[in-house]
Design a protein around this ligand. Sequence first.
Ligand SMILES: [Zn+2]
Ligand SMILES: [Zn+2]
Length: 412
Amino acid sequence: MANTVKDAILRGRKTVETVVEGGLDTVETVVEAGLNTVDAVVVKGRRTVESAVSLGRRTVESALLGRSTMQAAVLHGREDIRIEEVPIPKAAVGELIVRVGAALTCGTDLKVFRRGYHARMIVPPALFGHELAGIVVEAGDGVTAFAAGNRVVALNSAPCGQCFFCERGQENLCDDLLFNNGAYAEFIRIPARIVAKNTMLVPDHVPLEHAALTEPLACAVHGFEDSHAHAGDTVAVIGGGPLGLMILHVAALAGCRAIAIVKHDGQVEAARQLGAAHVVQTASIRKAIAETRALTEKNRGVDIAIEAVGLPDAWQEAVELVRKGGTVNFFGGCALGTHVNLDTNRIHYSDITLRATFHHTPAICRRALDMIAGGRFQAQAFITGHAHLYELNRVFEKLMKRSSEIKTAIVP
Ligand SMILES: [Zn+2]
Ligand SMILES: [Zn+2]
């Protein structure tokens, strides 16, 4: 009996142990199987979501490209910009359609906004804006250098390559300079000649809004190089607008002792940041001349003076800033019909070289983009604000009030 009981107990324990043991395995197996299932479901779910997002994005993109109209700024006259729905351009032979990534405001655009036209560049009603970089969405037949998806900067003009001046390498003076406007828009058409001569790929590490500085920087580099400055020369730049500051920065980067002559408080700080050795701030031309000359040995005057204002008084001021044998560059263009009085004796007997640099050439545009990509040029310092296309009127009104803004990136 006892044996029977004991056997029964032992059998019962073993049964329990077997059950427990088998059960644990079973539970673990079940749990494990469950976990695997959960993992698989999560992974599958994630993949499904990802492909849905990707598909959705592609659908949105193709829907965008399938559109036939876009938002664009149209200049109708003096201080009259309207954001309108206009047809998205189509690429003809040799042309590109670029989706604008950033379009920068510019002193020239501000002048055009104020005057309502530009004799050479724009006659209203017209699309507006000319400093841009973006992504190619369509390449016309015959385009081999660029394809959809490329990040590019397209300049505002291109020379003909065939006239007297182009053949002499003075493409900035081309008899048939072709201008392009329409950067303040979602898309812009780049004419074949600009695609062929003045459109460049933007390196991956360069933000599009920095690449859009290529055009003004090319003008600044041209003005500086034309002034034949050497490292160590004292270079005075009159004017603290975007181009004045850019020339100042280029001079400082080239190892010159750069003096900024500016009017407004905001420009003082910007000039210092961009490498000015001295900043002269005064509204009086007499004082500016005296203070700048006092910064040179024996009040001799600066080696080079670059005028970047575009006013007759500033042209005269530039001539009075330089030393004997110095160079003046009348870089700022004055209004049509402007005349200046210059001291001919001073110019002749002091042997002063007068230059007046205009615009840029394809080779200089490439150097400007290289400079932006190179890292020493402080591109971000020139872009002091961002705004949407529909805020364009407000942005120009603000620029007219001479705020401390240098350039605003318009992001459509
Ligand atoms: Zn410009
Ligand atoms: Zn030409």
